[in-house]
Design a protein around this ligand. Structure first.
Ligand code: ATP
Length: 355
């Protein structure tokens, strides 16, 4: 396992005429040894580019990449000791499941007894016992991808394991099970793992730290709790959560925000930068509907089982609220925002309260 340092990395696939030509904007980050990380962002945001820079498939246009302090920027993938699991299964159809799992170890001359133990361990963890002696060709796509995951995890001394959207071909009900198994394997073996996905549930359930990207830029690195409670950028607020954070245009005057003619008390004063676009972010979980606060005009109610999502407007702006199953909503409700759920943004970046 290794600590992976990205030092002023930047990457462009073609000539650079302006800063937007970089597919990956300047990035400094340390992936600590043994951590479980997710790279989360919409299609085209640069996740695969970053993963390929770590694995060595791409040499970055600028910057250095270090494994445990050693510069590997110009080393090819085979010299980096990285295991990778891709979107689609990579298995040998003519080999049995156990042989497929043993292959990366045999290739590297691992002792026979160690191969046996290690393969048995992976078979057990991934619940592959029933098919261990079967040829891979006869298996479903789900099972083949499980073997790919196992092959990625089987080597003990890898610097890191990189997963590029590994659950794409997996049946939805199996996804949850596999995510849990991956988490167990991480706890058991302590590998540094980087998991690329555009699915927030996958990222938040797998990772201790999530790196959120948009437009080639990392906008926040944080624990799932931090991304929920304190989105650093409006994109994080909107991309994470279901539904995402409400983002409302406001003006601010000390500890009061003004949304149209409505006044919203803030937990503390903020100093809004002059000329900046100021917005208030509040997650639907912190919008309380009842008899107090600002008039809320309901436009639609979605009943999603354990809760209801009530969509409406406040001062003409769309706002969603989550109401627990047992909660009631008056016909002409009012709404207030819980102060611990209010964040303020200047030109999309979160601003701190003054006290
Ligand atoms: P997806 O989830 O769709 O795989 P991603 O977040 O992994 O997307 P990348 O594949 O890293 O994003 O792409 C980032 C940007 O770089 C995109 O604008 C993409 O079009 C561009 N890009 C990726 N690969 C190349 C390439 N080989 N040549 C030129 N441009 C590329």
């Amino acid at each position: 396992m290794a600590e992976i340092t990205l030092d002023n990395i930047r990457h462009a696939y073609g000539p650079v005429r302006d800063p937007d030509d970089y597919a990956l904007k300047t990035l400094n980050h340390v992936w600590t040894d043994g951590g479980a990380f997710a790279l989360l962002g919409p299609s085209g945001c640069g996740k695969t580019t970053l993963l390929n820079i770590i694995s060595g498939l791409i040499t970055p246009t600028e910057g250095r990449i270090l494994f445990d302090g050693v510069d590997v920027t110009h080393l090819p993938p085979e010299a980096r000791n990285i295991a990778q699991v891709f979107q689609f299964p990579v298995v040998y159809d003519t080999m049995t499941v156990a042989e497929n799992l043993a292959f990366p170890l045999k290739n590297r001359g691992v002792r026979r007894a160690d191969i046996k133990t290690r393969v048995a361990n992976i078979i057990d963890m991934l619940d592959l016992g029933a098919v261990a002696g079967k040829k891979a060709a006869s298996l479903t796509a789900d099972l083949k991808q499980k073997i790919s995951l196992g092959r990625g995890m089987v080597r003990e001394n890898v610097s890191a394991i990189l997963f590029d959207e590994p659950l794409t071909v997996i049946d939805p009900h199996l996804k949850w099970q596999l995510r849990t198994q991956l988490k167990t394997l991480h706890r058991e073996f302590g590998h540094t793992m980087v998991y690329v996905t555009h699915d927030q549930t996958e990222a938040l359930t797998f990772a201790d730290r999530v790196v959120v990207m948009v437009g080639g830029e990392v906008v926040q690195v944080g624990s799932p709790e931090e991304l929920f409670a304190r989105p650093r950028h409006t994109f994080v607020g909107y991309f994470i959560g279901s539904p995402g954070m409400n983002v409302l245009p406001v003006t601010v005057d000390g500890a009061t925000a003004h949304l149209g003619d409505e006044r919203i008390a803030l937990p503390a004063p903020v100093a809004a930068p002059r000329g900046a676009r100021i917005e208030l972010g509040v997650r639907p979980e912190f919008v309380v509907l009842g008899h107090e606060g600002m008039p809320f005009r309901i436009t639609r109610v979605d009943d999603v089982g354990r809760e209801r999502i009530v969509h409406g407007t406040i001062a003409g702006r769309p706002v969603s609220a989550i109401v627990p199953e047992e909660g009631t909503v008056p016909d002409m409700p009012r709404a207030f925002f819980r102060q611990d759920g209010i964040n303020l943004y200047a030109d999309d970046w979160r601003i701190e309260y003054l006290s």
